[in-house]
Design a protein around this ligand. Structure first.
Ligand SMILES: [Fe+2]
Ligand SMILES: [Fe+2]
Length: 187
């Protein structure tokens, strides 16, 4: 499998963990417990950077090449580039709402948890569509030369959370990921 596709699948698995972490915080809100705002903030901070700047851009390269090779396939998948723009907007909006409601309680907190849930659902649907339609179509259709061309265009940025060196700004989130991984390993 082309390097870029291995990276894309791995990044989906990593990001899905963050969506699970967000939903755990939503569950806390729904139970009337105070969520861990530091963790929500770090997930949003990460979501605004690496996925938007590095994950979606890699997918856009693959999607554009697939459109050249098989326009009917990309028509069936839908407009992924527009989806990526919408996800970036949704993330920015959620981050803005988060900062506005950080020091407020009650209805605002419910509104925040509702927005987080919408964000998670949108992202999960997007990932599912890519893994069910987009990735298999790309793997079926693109040639070895296409993959070499795409791999050469990918600029490799270090992932600040799931990469070899974790940025200090994601310390609370990393602890939560480690806790979750341990719990998964036990179950
Ligand atoms: Fe995507
Ligand atoms: Fe993706």
């Amino acid at each position: 499998m082309a390097l870029v596709m291995r990276l894309l699948y791995d990044e989906h698995a990593d990001f899905s963990k963050l969506l699970d972490i967000l939903m755990r915080q939503v569950a806390k809100c729904n139970e009337g417990t105070t969520p861990d705002y530091e963790i929500i903030e770090e997930v949003l901070d990460y979501s605004l950077s690496y996925p938007v700047l590095c994950h979606h851009t890699k997918e856009d390269l693959v999607y554009r090449k697939l459109r050249v090779r098989d326009a009917a396939a990309t028509d069936a998948i839908g407009d992924l580039e527009a989806d990526h723009e919408e996800l970036a907007l949704l993330t920015r909006r959620l981050a803005a709402t988060f900062h506005q409601t950080l020091h407020q309680a009650g209805a605002q907190r419910e509104w925040l948890s509702h927005m987080i849930e919408e964000f998670v659902q949108f992202y999960r649907r997007h990932i599912d569509r890519e893994e069910m339609l987009f990735f298999p179509a790309a793997l079926r259709t693109l040639t070895a030369e296409d993959w070499d061309e795409i791999d050469a265009q990918v600029t490799n940025h270090e992932d600040p959370l799931f990469g070899d060196k974790v940025s200090r700004r994601f310390r609370a989130l990393l602890d939560d990921i480690v806790r979750l991984n341990r719990a998964d390993a036990r179950s």
